[in-house]
Design a protein around this ligand. Structure first.
Ligand SMILES: Cc1ncc(COP(=O)(O)O)c(C=O)c1O
Length: 356
């Protein structure tokens, strides 16, 4: 029996999209490869509401996270964290010898524009990192409002991790003033893991030009220059993923339509929140709840591990709480191509197993 994944990535991928991974291979230094990247760039620019340059990375999203903070920090990074993935950005800074400070919010609370203002007015920082959608806590940060603060500091590069939200929630990159907005394919974009995407502003590129020791594979300058030159990459990209991405972006833009897609994610989030509030409690503060994954406090103290074992027999999988929240919370993802009827069926199974 196949298992329907209600985990926040990797997600179920539709058969027609999977088939694109098996297309006849092309050489990566051909006009065909250039055309493929150009097509992906134009579609991602629409999805991200930006004129910035689009780059891909044959890695998961963490690759572009590391590339961004390493290539853009000359002075010091202000790393804002609302959970495990914000903390990851800080760990990347520390392990790369990048000067950084870690600003953590209280559990379930967002990164606020005020926190960012407070940090930036010290004049210590030239990079700000924010997690748009924190997959561990099910929290969505106000990246637009934060962007309005960052705009007042022209020497600061604004990096946003949209790994678990791009394609499921509207992120207007240019309106928000985001210099690098990055994501992974295995979440709301509805593709298999193995590729990461990002929009990169000229300002971020110009900063990177001044930063030493950017590394090699994840050197932003190297990748940006090559994409600008001929829509190709310094190393061999995963062309199978690129075929699938190009096709899936076409479906997202032309078949479903962006507004419908964002509305569907919102509707699924509303259903889970209402259900969770009836039986449990939500982890994230009202007003900052994620539209793509809901983190629910396990107030009844049932075993989430056992629940998942029973759900597997019935064809479903959800996620346990992340890190310290293991067994204290559980997460239901509602992203990518998930449909309302599947979600309602899952919730019914949980009610049945836990006798809610
Ligand atoms: C918010 C967030 N950021 C970063 C990552 C890391 O992404 P990847 O596993 O694609 O490297 C994840 C993965 O779950 C995530 O949810």
């Amino acid at each position: 029996m196949s298992i329907k994944l209600f985990i926040p990535g990797p997600v179920d991928v539709e058969k027609d999209v999977l088939e694109k991974l098996a297309m006849t291979q092309i050489a990566h230094r051909t006009k065909e490869a250039t055309n493929l990247q150009e097509s992906i760039s134009k579609k991602l620019q629409k999805l991200m509401y930006t004129d910035n340059t689009i780059i891909l990375s044959t890695s998961s999203g963490s690759g572009i996270m590391e590339m961004s903070i390493k290539s853009c920090t000359k002075k010091r990074a202000a790393v804002f964290s609302v959970g495990a993935f914000g903390d990851r950005w800080y760990n990347m800074a520390v392990t790369n010898n990048i000067p950084a400070d870690h600003f953590k919010s209280e559990p379930g609370m967002p990164t606020t524009p005020e926190m960012v203002e407070e940090a930036l007015k010290t004049g210590l920082y030239d990079v700000v990192t924010v997690t748009h959608n924190e997959t561990s806590s099910g929290l969505m940060n106000p990246v637009y409002e934060i962007g309005q603060v960052v705009k007042n500091y022209p020497g600061v590069i604004y990096l946003v991790d949209a790994v678990s939200s791009l394609g499921g929630a509207k992120i207007e990159v240019d309106k928000c003033g985001i210099d690098i907005c990055l994501s992974s394919t295995q979440k709301c974009l509805g593709l298999p893991p193995g590729l990461a995407v990002a929009s990169v502003s000229e300002k971020a590129y110009e900063r990177a030009l001044t930063v030493e020791n950017r590394g090699f594979y994840f050197d932003l300058v190297n990748v940006y220059n090559r994409v600008k030159k001929d829509y190709q990459y310094p190393s061999t990209p995963s062309t199978p993923h690129m075929f699938a991405l190009d096709y899936q972006l076409g479906k997202i833009l032309d078949q479903e339509g962006l507004d419908n897609r964002f509305d569907r994610h919102q509707k699924l989030a509303d259903i889970v929140r209402e259900w969770a509030s009836k039986h449990f409690e939500l982890y994230a503060k009202d007003g900052y709840r994620s539209n793509t994954v809901t983190t629910i406090l396990n107030t009844k103290g049932n075993s989430v591990g056992d629940l998942n074992k029973e759900l597997a027999k019935r064809g479903y999988m959800i996620s346990n709480g992340y890190g310290k929240l293991k067994e204290k919370a559980f997460r239901i993802a509602h992203m990518a191509e998930r449909k309302e009827e599947d979600l309602l069926a899952l919730l019914k199974e949980i009610e049945d197993i836990w006798d809610l």
